[in-house]
Design a protein around this ligand. Structure first.
Ligand code: PRX
Length: 649
């Protein structure tokens, strides 16, 4: 049985939610009067341009509408309304990997965003509803660009800088984007790297929709400019006015798209709304991180992922907090970099991924002792399950045994936290995301839709809609309905399937057990095995391929590919060459984040007589587990033994 850690008493006294009684009271309020609960919050938190008519419209489920009829602008919520009380407060503290620092106040940020909003409108003809792709490093201009889009009602779609030209092209095409905003390059691991050439490659063909590129000069590298297409942000921005009226947006108008991997097919453009999303970003910042007026909040994610959207930009700014943004890797110039930054900026809430915690633990277990980390009040983790070892080190060495760890479970599709401890209230346990937030109706059910008993794994579902939920998959509403809402209904309404497995432990705590579909999680990056397989199958010598996840002590999961070649490939030299070629193909079509950890050339794949690949067997082999499944029903039962022999070679 895992130990339980009570919240720090002193912290709880001043926390927004001070104990489990208060938490349960809120949960009850939401259960007894679901719409009333959200109605109160939406009225209290959002500065509406026009009040909404209905709280929740379920008439076209699962295409729910929240706060329909209302008008707002997310940038007014994040910037405009703070100018009376916080104009000279730091909104963003940015640190470059090279040590360069920029502090941007709320007023400065407001002006920057307005100038860029005007530039987008006046020079690039961007209008409400147009899509703009951002392919940017971790620089403040990424936040300016997101907010500038929001200001004029354009829909941003950020593509993580680790994605390749092909992946970027797919996303530009799918969103039918008019403009790409990028940078010449940035710094990583002490060296400059280039982004703009990737954009050039992406736009080479098939992107007629996108006729303009706006380039932020970050490290002033020599780059090629395409006349008539490429424009330099630094040269143009000061010519624009620093005043810009926010576009009044409907509650349900899309704020952004963010592409993520599913278990089948190509990545899907998750579409988020304006009002529900921003309400959630603020609600969770307040409840889960308990950020106070003078606190400094740091989320280490990249803005290219949902965590960066909600907890670097929208959440902290919506509540008027100071958010820290860091450009580089945690190990440059040494493994103490993050701890040094916590000391220097007196960080109060620190939010990162288990993979980073494991890495820093492994590389420098005693490093945190060299720094004063006493400013910390709340620690957070996100993106994958955290193992008790890493949790304990984080708790003791980073948090000094006095900070709650909020292990936040959520997804790109949920927009913000769903299941998480509350730092002043919830007794925490290593490895458990504990309980749903008030207003979130989470259930763990079996294949027949019945609740699972304690200790038994089931499917993690959300049985009622919530304000920040995914609204649709861009351009593919059928896929949206099919991917997330099966036949299972509760009170006549479709149930949201998260794709994750979970169970209740003996104390009723929720333990997330990992994906139940063919999605793998590598260093907190979500990848579809089908997506990787499709790339590998493109290779002329590949006859068949199956990709599975394999546990990895640092990355959480590694990528294991089983490959059947077309010809005979018997010399080691040829195998090595082939491995290099396959990885090159992955880097080209997806990006480095999908690099293969293991490739095994096999004579065949274990298949049922109907031709279905038995991935469970492949997962077991990759893990080095004994095969206990019945293999007699396989088309060729000897194949399992043959593969096992190759693994053990
Ligand atoms: O499997 C869950 C895992 O990350 C998935 C969502 O990935 P993505 O959409 O990229 O968003 C990551 C950041 C929110 C989930 O389906 N996951 C996320 N948080 C946790 C987690 N697994 C275990 N514990 C968590 N706290």
């Amino acid at each position: 049985m895992l130990e339980i850690f009570e919240p720090n008493r002193e912290f709880s006294k001043n926390a927004r939610i001070k104990n489990m009684c208060e938490y349960k009271e809120l949960r009850m309020q939401a259960e007894e009067d679901f719409e009333g609960y959200w109605d109160r919050l939406a009225k209290e938190k959002i500065d509406w341009f026009k009040p909404y008519d209905t709280v929740l419209d379920e008439s076209n489920a699962p295409f729910y509408k929240w706060f329909d009829g209302g008008k707002l602008n997310v940038t007014h919520q994040c910037l405009g309304r703070h100018l009376t009380t916080r104009k000279n407060k730091a909104a963003i503290i940015w640190e470059g990997e090279d040590g360069k620092k920029r502090i941007i106040t709320y007023l400065q940020l407001y002006y920057r965003v307005n100038r860029l909003a005007n530039l987008l409108k006046n020079q690039f003809g961007i209008k409400k509803g147009d899509r703009v792709v951002l392919y940017l490093p971790m620089i403040p201009e990424a936040a300016f660009a997101m907010l500038a889009c929001a200001k004029i009602g354009a829909v941003h779609s950020i593509v993580f800088g680790g994605f390749s030209a092909d992946a970027l092209r797919d996303r530009v095409q799918d969103a039918n984007a008019k403009l790409v905003i990028t940078a010449d390059g940035a710094y990583r691991r002490g060296k400059p790297y280039m982004l703009k050439p990737v954009v050039d490659e992406a736009l080479k063909e098939g992107c007629e929709c996108c006729s303009k590129v706006l380039i932020v000069q970050r490290n002033f590298e020599e780059i090629d400019y395409v006349p008539g297409r490429d424009y330099v942000y630094n040269e143009m921005i000061m010519n624009e006015s620093q005043h810009c009226d926010p576009e009044p947006m409907d509650s349900e108008d899309p704020l952004f798209l963010l592409y993520t991997s599913g278990s089948t097919g190509k990545p899907k453009g998750v579409q988020h709304s304006s009002a529900g999303y921003i309400l959630w970003a603020q609600y969770t910042m307040e409840k889960v991180f308990d950020v106070k007026e003078n606190d400094t909040f740091w989320c280490t994610a990249d803005v290219g992922w949902i965590t960066g959207h909600t907890y670097i930009v929208y959440g902290p700014l919506a509540m008027g907090a100071t958010t820290v943004m860091y450009e580089g890797v945690p190990t440059f110039p040494d493994v103490g970099r993050w701890w040094k930054m916590i000391e220097e900026h007196r960080i109060n809430q620190f939010y990162t991924a288990p993979t980073a915690i494991r890495l820093l633990h492994k590389l420098g277990a005693d490093e945190p002792k060299k720094y004063d980390l006493s400013s910390l009040k709340v620690l957070g983790t996100v993106g994958e399950p955290i193992n008790p070892d890493a949790w304990m080190w984080y708790y003791n060495e980073i948090g000094g045994g006095k900070c709650s760890i909020v292990d936040t479970w959520w997804q790109t599709e949920t927009g913000g936290h769903m299941i998480t401890p509350l730092p002043g209230a919830t007794p925490i346990k290593p490895g458990s995301a504990t309980f749903p937030l008030p207003g979130i109706m989470a259930e763990i059910i079996d294949e027949n839709g019945n609740p699972t008993p304690k200790g038994e794994k089931g499917f993690l579902c959300i049985t009622k809609p919530w304000p920040s939920m995914i609204r649709t998959i861009w351009g593919d509403p059928d896929r949206f309905a099919k991917s997330y809402f099966g036949d299972c209904k509760k009170d006549g309404k479709p149930v949201y399937f998260s794709g994750d497995g979970a169970m209740y432990d003996d104390d009723g705590y929720i333990i997330i057990t990992g994906r139940t579909d063919d999605v793998i999680n590598v260093s907190g990056h979500r990848l579809g095995t089908a997506e990787i397989e499709a790339v590998l199958a493109h290779h002329q010598n590949v006859a068949e391929v199956a990709v599975v996840g394999r546990p990895d002590p640092i990355k959480g999961e590694g990528i294991f590919a089983y490959i059947v070649l077309k010809g005979e490939e018997d010399s080691i030299g040829e195998e090595i060459e082939m491995i290099q070629e396959l990885n090159k193909q992955i880097t080209k079509e997806i990006g480095n984040i999908a690099k293969l950890d293991d490739i095994l050339f096999v004579p065949g794949l274990p298949k049922t007589r109907s031709g279905k690949i038995m991935r469970r067997i492949l997962r077991s082999i990759a893990k080095g587990e004994e095969i206990t499944q019945d293999t007699s029903t396989l088309e060729d039962p000897t194949i399992v033994g043959a593969i096992e022999t190759l693994v053990n070679r």
